[in-house]
Design a protein around this ligand. Structure first.
Ligand SMILES: Cc1cc2nc3c(=O)[nH]c(=O)nc-3n(C[C@H](O)[C@H](O)[C@H](O)COP(=O)(O)O)c2cc1C
Ligand SMILES: [Mn+2]
Length: 487
């Protein structure tokens, strides 16, 4: 692991790879910044770093596409891999393994340190306002400019027993007020509910920037009671360094660029949204959400504010939640003793599909089990996970297929998924943001989910071999061909 400790070191690493583009010309935070970041996702361009943003204090910068696909040829996952402390050439399976392995290790709790660059500027009272920062209107038709798209919200239960770090979007109301999604069963809603039940506003800290692994873990569906800070320490192999907040009893990563402190209201009086979302659409509806009141802001000199512009794949919603959900699924299936080698949420499917890869020798370890029975066991484990309601379709495939290769996955699904049979359908809670459901299903948070048994028959049952360069020729012939291949 080569841990990258803060956003600036991460930007240097991207720059070295040629995956960063500094935009020095004056840009408008009203839609123009959003359009550039969107186009950068859709053309796999280098991550844009804006240094000259209309209406904001000199020196304040904004980073787009901080954890999306990279522009580096042959290394599409470089930004994600570097963020997790892996080699920039790491593949999908290696990344899911790293995250799932860390789930089997003891948490490494964070440590408190004295001072940090995020305390270089301490804004209190009237100075603690968003007005000097770039707060972009990300898509035409959004309900307002978005303050938070990639930052971590720190929240602690009133008894102090549990501290959660998570990403949830937050919209600007004015310089000192914001509103954002606080939805059950997210942990931020668990914590907020405990404060609300006591009639007290919830202290919060919102962390922008910081070490690049932080947002990935803040988007991970860790189980109830598992703290992101300790898990991140286990992933990185050392404790995270924290500093205390100025006005609330919370601690934040010392690596932060910007920290916003304050309280989240008991009442749901903020009109939040709509915003272009990860499914690839902008809903028409708003909802009533609690209101964040800002009481202090601390920041590094020349702070950098990372921004995600959600929409059609692939953006950070897909990379962060897809990768980490797959790792949770793999960890759970492994600990249930099932013959699963990997899991993946294909980014292009906008977090609507989970692929489970089954070991080639699974029939040796589970003699007599049918493909349908194995698919049922996998389904039972997935259904017992906290994230089950965000996965409308699960595909169980042999692991000769690399589900992170979109072309190979498309071929496998078309040729291995039975048109009508071999599937396990059940009805239950579903995420209303999933665009596959009807309006009634979305409003009721209830709908069908399906697991497809797409496992191939055994050799004895007449499995056909794959007909491709890798599978249809002896290794010696493949090597000879590769040796003489030019261009
Ligand atoms: C870019 C991005 C934006 C997200 N926006 C939201 C959001 O607005 N609301 C929400 O509930 N979850 C959102 N999520 C998903 C949560 O971060 C994810 O479900 C996480 O597991 C929640 O934290 P928790 O497990 O501590 O509850 C977002 C994730 C990412 C990566
Ligand atoms: Mn959590």
């Amino acid at each position: 692991m080569a841990r990258i400790k803060d956003l600036r070191a991460y930007l240097e690493a991207l720059d070295e790879l040629g995956d960063l583009r500094t935009v020095d010309r004056l840009v408008d935070p009203h839609l123009e910044v959003g359009a550039i970041i969107r186009r950068s996702y859709e053309t796999a361009a280098p991550a844009p770093l804006f240094t000259n943003i209309k209406g904001t204090a000199p020196g304040y910068r904004l980073l787009g596409a901080p954890g999306a696909l990279s522009s580096v040829p042959g290394r599409p996952l470089a930004r994600i891999a570097l963020s997790l402390g892996l080699d920039s050439g790491a593949g999908a399976r290696e990344m899911v393994d790293a995250l799932a392995d860390a789930r089997t290790r003891e948490p490494v709790p964070p440590v408190l340190v004295d001072g940090a660059p995020c305390k270089q500027n301490i804004l209190l009272g009237e100075d603690a306002s968003l007005d000097r920062f770039p707060t972009p209107l990300l898509h035409d038709g959004d309900g307002g400019p978005y303050v938070n798209t990639w930052g971590t919200i720190v929240a602690r239960t009133p008894d102090g027993s549990f501290t959660n770090w998570s990403i949830a979007r937050i919209m600007m109301i004015d310089g000192t007020h914001m509103t954002g999604l606080v939805l059950h069963p997210q942990h931020i809603a668990h914590v907020w509910q405990q404060w609300a039940d006591r009639g007290e506003p919830m202290p919060f800290a919102l962390v922008q920037g910081g070490e690049p692994a932080l947002p990935f873990v803040s988007g991970m569906p860790l189980p109830d009671g598992v703290e992101e800070a300790g898990y991140l320490g286990a992933l990185l192999g050392e404790p995270l360094e924290l500093v205390p907040c100025e006005t609330v009893d919370l601690q934040v990563p010392a690596s932060a660029e910007i920290v916003i402190e304050g309280h989240l209201s008991v009442e749901r009086t903020g009109v939040e949204g709509p915003m272009g979302e990860f499914a690839g659409y902008r809903p028409n509806e708003t909802s009533l959400q609690p209101v964040y009141t800002i009481e202090a802001i601390t920041h590094r000199d020349d702070p950098i504010w990372p921004t995600v512009v959600e929409g059609e794949p692939v953006d950070e919603y897909h990379t962060a939640t897809g990768l980490t959900l797959a790792a949770e699924a793999l960890a759970a299936l492994r600990s249930a003793g099932l013959p699963v080698t990997s899991a993946w949420e294909p980014f292009d499917a906008a977090s609507h599909m989970l692929v489970i890869s089954v070991a080639a020798d699974w029939r040796d370890t589970f003699p007599g089990l049918s493909t349908g029975e194995l698919t049922q066991r996998i389904t039972d484990v997935i259904d017992a996970q906290r994230f089950e309601y965000v996965v409308p379709r699960v595909f169980v495939l042999d692991d000769d297929v690399d589900p992170s290769d979109t072309g190979e996955l498309m071929w496998a699904l078309a040729t291995r998924v039975h048109p009508t049979g071999r599937r396990i359908v059940r009805e239950g809670k579903v995420l209303p943001l999933l665009s596959v459901y009807t309006p009634e299903e979305r409003h009721g948070w209830t709908g069908p989910k399906v697991t497809y048994d797409a496992l191939l028959p055994s050799l004895e049952e007449g499995r056909e071999s794959r007909s491709s360069f890798r599978f249809a020729f002896p290794r010696e012939v493949q090597e000879r061909v590769l040796e003489h291949w030019t261009g």
